[in-house]
Each structure stands twice: as C-alpha cells, then as structure tokens.
Design a protein around this ligand. Structure first.
Ligand SMILES: *[C@@H]1O[C@H](CO)[C@@H](O)[C@H](O)[C@H]1NC(C)=O
Ligand SMILES: *[C@@H]1O[C@H](CO)[C@@H](O)[C@H](O)[C@H]1NC(C)=O
Ligand SMILES: *[C@@H]1O[C@H](CO)[C@@H](O)[C@H](O)[C@H]1NC(C)=O
Length: 561
C-alpha cells in the first residue's frame, strides 16, 4: 500500500514536511573573526590571551587573525607559544609576525609609545586588512579587539552577538574616568566631555547607548548590508589620521550607530600610555589594572602556559623595616588576593595571624589582663563592642609590641581587604621622601575621612588628620609604637580606630579621652590616600579611588601630536 503515490499522499507528505521539530530550529552560533594587532604587549598578552581563551563561545565558530610587528619585547614568543598550544581548537588562526621589524621604530617615531603618522597609517592598513579578510571568509561578525583588553566576563561574546547591533562595544572598566567610549566629539573630531558620560560610566543607567565613539573592543555585524560601508580609512574628511576617529566618522556618515553596553561588567582596560610615557610607564598602567581587578576580588586570569612571561619587581620593603599584613587564618581568600597584590607591587610582607574574635573567650581576656572601656557603646549603632573588634585591637597591639621589642624604626601595617591605588609604589616612595622632612609617629595611608575638607596640609602629600575611622593601612615609627603602648590601652579597650584618634587628640568624646591623659601621638595622613577598602571598590557603579584625578583623554593626546 506504500507503493504508489496518490495525489492525496503527496499532500500528506508536504504537510508533514512543513512540521519542524523544535530541535531543528536551533542555529549554530554565528561565526566571529577576532582581529588583534600586537606591538610591545608582552606585559598584557599573557592575561589578554587567557581571557580570550576563557571566552565561552564555540571555538570552532571563531577565526583568529593576529598581526604583530615592531616589537622590542617577548610579544612574538608569547603569541607563538599560545598559538602552538591552542590554535587548533579554533576554526583557524592567521598569525603574521614581521620579524624584520623587531626592535625597530617607524622612521618618524621618537619612541615605541609614540603615535606617529606612519604608525597610524600602518595601523589603518592592518585594520583594513583584517576587515577585508573577515568579509572574504564570510565571517558573520568581526570582533576588533585590542591586545590590552581583558574580557573577564566569559559570556561577553555571546551577550554582544545576541544584541544584533551593527556596531557594539562592551564598556570596559579602567582607572579613574577612562573607558573605551566617548559621549561627545568636538568639531575637530577630538574627545569632548559631556554630561552623559559619567552616568554611563558609573552604570547609573544601564543598557546599550548610541554614542559617537567606541573603541578598543568592538563587534561589527558583517551580515548587515550597511556594514560594507565601514572603513578605517579617513574618507573625505579633514580630521586627523587616526584609525578610531576615521572609523567613527565613517560610521556616522553612513548613519550607523555605535553602541556602548554597560548592562554587564565585561572587563577591564588600562589607561593608554601618553606620548611622553616610555615602555616602563606603559607596563605600570597595566599593573594598575591588575590591582584594580584584585581590588574587585577578581584577579585577571593567567594561563600557567604564559605565566613565565610576566615580569614583576623583586620583593622589597619599600623603605620600611617590616611590612606587616594582619589576616585571619580563616580568611584564606583575602590572603591570596593580597599576596597577589604584593607580588605585582614587589612588596616583601610578613603575615601576622590575626587574633580571632570568634575563638576569644573571657578566660583569654583575663589572662592578658584585658578590660573593656567602661560604658563603651558604638557611637552610630549604639551597640557594645564586638568580639571581632577586640580581636582586631589585639592584632594591632601585638605588632606595636613587636615594633618596640625588635626596635623597628618604621613599619607599614596593612589589613587584608584593601585595594592599592594606581601607581602605588611611586606614590608611596614619594610619601616616604616627604616624611623625612617632618616629625611623625603614625601616618595613615588608608582611612575613612569623617570631616572632609577641613584638614590642613603638612607636606605636599600629607595632612594633619582629624577624627577618622578604619585602620586599613598606616606607617608607624618606633616612637609612635612606644606611645601607643605607654597609654596602656589593654586596661580599657575600645575599637582600635577609636583609640588612634584619641591618641592624636582628635576624638570628639571627652569621656573616653579622659581615660588617656597623654594624647601626643603625632599623626599624619597621606593625601590622597593610597589604599581603600575593597568592598567599596567591588560595588556596582564604583569607579575608582582616583575620582579627582584628571581625566585622560589619551586618544586626544595621541591624535594631537
Ligand atoms: C615587514 O615589514 C617591513 C618593514 O615595514 C616591510 O617592508 C615588509 O613588507 C613587511 N613584511 C611583511 C611580510 O609584511
Ligand atoms: C562625513 O562627515 C564629515 C564630518 O561630519 C563631513 O565633513 C564629510 O563631508 C562627510 N562625508 C561624507 C561622504 O558624507
Ligand atoms: C561618649 O561616650 C559615652 C559612653 O559611650 C557616652 O555615654 C557619651 O554620651 C559620649 N559623649 C559624647 C559627647 O558623645
């Protein structure tokens, strides 16, 4: 009965064939060509490539196109090693390394961080080559990714592809107010600060926004017909020879919107070096971003394959006899993050096991002849002292004891949940220089300022602190430690961050002060502060501790010369 087809059964078959099982509607992920230009990026590539590899996107749908030249560092070696190890997992990898340019500058360059006309022209050629290449292989998307963009969010590519926008960029976090988008462009095509910028940067409003410029990491949907008009070549305009400006102007001329998305945290990017920076400064800018990531409790990933290429300063004590870090044994994750920060900064730090309030019992207190401040009550929460606060006091006290007994002239005391500001080492060195010229016992490098703007400067980077909270980080001299011990605080313990302001006579509570008749601690504070608590750094919308530092429209500097 199945041997002949009647008209009727043909009809049935066609009806059946119009039914498609749900599983048959699932498409593969679009194909993405990722283009990467490399020059002297040995300090970023190990992290960059680790992030790239970690992206959760089918690797057989990704084609990687890398061009590397004019290197004075290990960039080519790193690329070689990575491609050799992982290249086959991708749909394809095109790696072009021009070794004849190694160690060379362009004829019109002053130094390797200089963006000369010839360099811009070269970069424009390469970007166009990448764009042409991806068009020819019918890639659905091209992802133009700078080799210093750290996409820590593994879903970045999937999220961006799903947006279905012609040009879209993930907003990247950096130091200060720098990011990879502009909200305004001046008549002569340079960066213009506008009021829209900060709310997007701080993620006060979230989504994808049309802006006049995105750069550093941008996904272009090549399936869109209109995308054929996009080009990095400056076409009929009198603006500067600059790849990103030309691209943005071309997009604008063809009414193609550029979008910046801040709906997720996607990743980080260092502030670009300026023309006056050298290669060391450029590396330093990357260290700043590594510290920023650590401060957000999410260190940049680093593939062990490439870890050997990361250069760090040898551990030192930065002019102190000892650097101590107080850490609770049951907080190994904080310890690990801090140790990574110390490694980046080249700090030789001695771990102090904190006295754990949880395991402290009254017998311990009696044994150490410890008594609490009578009638102490937290000024804000109106609660008695917590065991953790007693433990914290004892941990600091132990260090003061050690400073006196071992005759340590200067120590740095750090707690374990802190974020180091950008350029910490240089700023700390500068502070130490200034401190040679003044008298001091204790210098806060991190604290909660309670009365802002009312403090007088002592040196260019120090003030005379008023009532402050926290003990995140402070320098202590031997004389300072002796004064703190002489006050016999264990006979009337209160939180250590209340005790210190009493000792430099800036505490508002006269009742408590009366317990410590001698309050002659000479205290200073670094200004601006050099460490901040990480739980603020990690908060949504948190920008940075360098909010008042000047905005670096580095691209403007770059293009002006
Ligand atoms: C390598 O760079 C040199 C100098 O810029 C150039 O002349 C040459 O064509 C380049 N080679 C390749 C294969 O791109
Ligand atoms: C592109 O835009 C620039 C600046 O707005 C303008 O000067 C130029 O004439 C435009 N070119 C085209 C082809 O529209
Ligand atoms: C000082 O602290 C004591 C004890 O907690 C409290 O009773 C008193 O009101 C405080 N004085 C001031 C001026 O805050």
């Amino acid at each position: 009965m199945f041997c002949y087809l009647s008209l009727h059964s043909v009809l049935v078959i066609s009806l059946v064939s119009s039914y498609v099982a749900a599983s048959e509607t699932i498409l593969k992920w679009p194909t993405v060509g990722i283009s990467i230009l490399v020059r002297n990026k040995a300090h970023t590539l190990p992290y960059f490539l680790s992030c790239l590899y970690n992206l959760d996107y089918p690797k057989d749908r990704i084609y990687i196109w890398i061009s590397s030249d004019h290197n004075e560092d290990d960039s080519d070696k790193i690329l070689d090693k990575w491609v050799e190890q992982y290249g086959l997992e991708y749909n394809g990898v095109h790696l072009s390394m021009n070794s004849s340019t190694s160690g060379k500058l362009f004829p019109d360059e002053v130094r390797s961080t200089h963006w000369s006309e010839q360099r811009f022209a070269h970069v424009i050629d390469l970007r166009e080559e990448a764009l042409d290449y991806m068009r020819k292989i019918w890639a659905d998307y091209i992802f133009m990714l700078d080799a210093d963009v750290f996409l820590t969010n593994k879903d970045t590519l999937k999220i961006l592809v799903k947006k279905d926008l012609t040009i879209v960029a993930p907003m990247l976090i950096s130091d200060g107010s720098y990011s990879n988008f502009w909200c305004g462009m001046s008549d002569d095509f340079y960066y213009k600060r506008t009021e829209d910028y900060t709310p997007i940067l701080e993620r006060a409003t979230q989504g994808c926004f049309a802006v006049p410029m995105v750069h550093s990491a941008l996904l272009v949907h090549l399936e869109k017909q209109v995308s054929d008009a996009l080009s990095y070549r400056p076409a009929r305009y009198d603006g500067p020879l600059d790849d990103i400006i030309a691209f943005a102007v071309n997009a604008n001329n063809h009414s193609i919107a550029m979008h910046i998305c801040n709906d997720h945290e996607y990743g980080l990017v260092p502030v670009p070096a300026s023309d006056t920076d050298d290669a060391d400064d450029e590396r330093e800018l990357t260290v700043n971003v590594k510290l920023l990531a650590l401060g957000r409790h999410s260190p940049l990933p680093l593939d062990p394959l490439l870890a050997g290429f990361v250069r760090r300063p040898p551990p030192a004590r930065l002019g102190c006899c000892e650097i101590f870090m107080i850490n609770l044994e049951r907080r190994p994750e904080r310890r690990r993050l801090m140790e990574l920060s110390f490694k980046e900064l080249g700090m030789d730090v001695t771990l102090i096991k904190a006295v754990d309030g949880r395991t402290l019992d009254m017998n311990d207190l009696r044994k150490h002849k410890i008594k609490l401040m009578p009638g102490y009550e937290d000024p804000y929460h109106k609660r008695p002292m917590k065991a953790g606060e007693i433990g914290c006091f004892l941990s600091h006290y132990m260090i003061w004891n050690q400073v006196v007994s071992e005759q340590l002239e200067v120590v740095l005391v750090l707690e374990d949940d802190i974020h180091f500001v950008a350029h910490f080492r240089q700023r700390f060195a500068l502070l130490m220089e200034e401190l040679k010229t003044v008298d001091w016992d204790l210098v806060y490098i991190g604290r909660k300022i309670l009365q802002n703007g009312e403090e007088s400067y002592v040196t260019q980077h120090t003030t005379r602190p008023r009532y402050s909270y926290w003990t995140l980080g402070y320098l202590l001299s031997r004389r300072g430690a002796a004064k703190l011990l002489a006050a016999q605080p264990l006979a009337r313990v209160l939180p250590v961050d209340e005790f210190l302001p009493i000792m430099f006579d800036q505490h508002p509570n006269a009742t408590w002060k009366a317990h410590f008749p001698r309050r002659d601690l000479v205290a200073l504070s670094a200004a601006p502060l050099l460490v901040h608590p990480t739980h603020y750094t990690g908060q949504d919308g948190y920008i940075s501790d360098t909010e008042d530092s000047p905005v670096l429209p580095a691209r403007k500097l770059r293009a002006e010369l």
